[in-house]
Design a protein around this ligand. Structure first.
Ligand SMILES: Cc1ncc(COP(=O)(O)O)c(C=O)c1O
Length: 411
């Protein structure tokens, strides 16, 4: 970055400050991860200069031979990494997860059609029909929830609700749900009521490719995912749908919602997909889950309430109400100790979303830094110490910074 340093000290300094912040803190935000150096090199490549509106071999501009080859290669890698064949159409152009989801809705639904999805406050995503998202204003939204007692999905209750409300689209796949999703059960429900099934695997794509979570294929008609969470790619997204839906959905990405694809991002997604097919990635995905299970167990031993009693994946929700603290204050306190996480609603939360009753912890980023079960026990102990004794935060912050030196963000 010597050129940048010489040319633009202000931005250079802010990058260096952010690098220091990330290096010296523990990132427990479940949706964040560190891409490899190879991914970042592709992201910084000359592809950033190229316009390529359209689809491979059907473009509006010249100079396409390498862009076409790149996009086709990345689409093939998507199929290979998910273990699917040509009957699935792949689009790696969506700028991010939110526009990918919206392109699907606009492609297969009419205004006023019904979407059945998990309530945001139970672990769903804004783009699954929250009233503050366009998805919630253009369609009739019916939400299922987790079961009050088990705090897990109740597939019989979802089937009943589907029969009563007759949705055109059912969404499975979440931002804060810590249990295995039974995509086969969702597929059966969708078939029974004549709905399409969309799996939004944004959070768990790396776990699916690393064989730690069942695949949504062939149960879902459409799969959307971001590429920057457990997958360790650049910020981006993709849509995979049954071939017969291609002509409905893909024109909503371009020209419907977007202009030129971000070819540098597509190159970096390709690099991440190659990494995700390696034996090392399988071990990584398995360690993410082992770490999450250990963190949840250690927190439980320190009298923290984990929603649904544990985790099967990379994420957990903690109900803080027995600790006499709410999510916002806990988030701020943890941050002052060098532990970065986000406040989160818990199912049936009596408190408002701006200051909900819970926090969400995830293990993808700490696992990328090489932390294992032993370190999860240490992190749980710091979390407990700081929450029960806020005065310990400055000391813990120093300990965290020194601990983090042993786990550099990898190249
Ligand atoms: C399940 C799910 N879908 C979609 C998105 C949206 O992705 P983006 O933030 O890239 O728009 C997220 C982001 O957290 C998510 O968790």
């Amino acid at each position: 970055m010597r050129t940048l340093q010489k040319q633009d000290k202000e931005i250079f300094d802010l990058i260096k400050k952010e690098e220091k912040r990330q290096t010296e803190t523990i990132d427990l935000i479940a949706s964040e991860n560190y891409p490899s150096k190879a991914v970042r090199e592709a992201l910084g490549s000359i592809y950033v200069a190229k316009y390529s509106e359209g689809r491979p071999y059907k473009r509006y501009y010249g100079g396409m031979e390498n862009v076409d080859a790149l996009e086709i290669l990345v689409e093939q890698r998507v199929r290979k990494a998910f273990g699917i064949r040509e009957e699935w159409a792949v689009n790696v152009q969506p700028y991010s997860g939110s526009p990918a989801n919206y392109a699907v809705y606009r492609g297969i639904l009419e205004r006023g059609d019904t979407i059945l999805s998990l309530d945001l406050s139970h672990g769903g995503h804004l783009t699954h029909g929250s009233p503050v998202s366009l998805s919630g204003t253009d369609y009739r939204i019916v939400h299922y929830t987790v079961d009050r007692k088990t705090q897990q999905l109740d597939y019989d209750a979802i089937a009943k609700l589907a029969l009563e409300t007759r949705p055109q689209l059912i969404i499975a796949g979440y931002s804060a749900y810590s249990r295995i999703i039974d995509f086969a059960a969702f597929g059966k429900i969708a078939q029974k009521v004549g709905a399409r099934l969309m799996a939004d695997t944004a959070h768990i794509t790396g776990l699916i490719m690393g064989k730690m979570h069942p695949s949504p294929f062939p149960h879902a008609d459409i799969v959307t995912t971001t590429t920057h969470k457990t997958l360790r790619g650049p910020r981006g997204a993709m849509i995979i749908c049954r071939e017969e839906l291609r002509e409905k959905i893909f024109p909503k990405v371009f020209p419907g919602l977007q202009g030129g694809p971000h070819n540098h991002t597509i190159a970096a997604i390709g690099v991440a997909l190659k990494e995700a097919m390696s034996p090392a990635f399988r071990a990584y995905a398995s360690q993410i889950v082992k770490n999450a299970k250990q963190l949840a167990k250690s927190l439980q031993q320190l009298d923290f309430q984990i929603i649904s009693g544990g985790t099967d994946n990379h994420v957990m929700l903690v109900d803080l109400r027995n600790k006499d603290i709410l999510g916002k204050q806990a988030q701020e306190l943890l941050e002052s100790s060098g532990i970065v996480a986000n406040r989160n609603t818990i199912p049936f939360d009596p408190n408002p979303p701006f200051n909900p009753s819970g926090v969400r912890f995830g293990t993808p980023a700490v696992t990328t830094r090489g932390m294992k079960e032993k370190e999860m026990k240490q992190i749980a102990s710091w979390i407990s110490e700081v929450i029960s004794n806020p005065a310990s935060a400055p000391r813990v912050k120093k300990e965290v910074a020194s601990f983090c030196k042993q786990f550099p963000i990898p190249d």
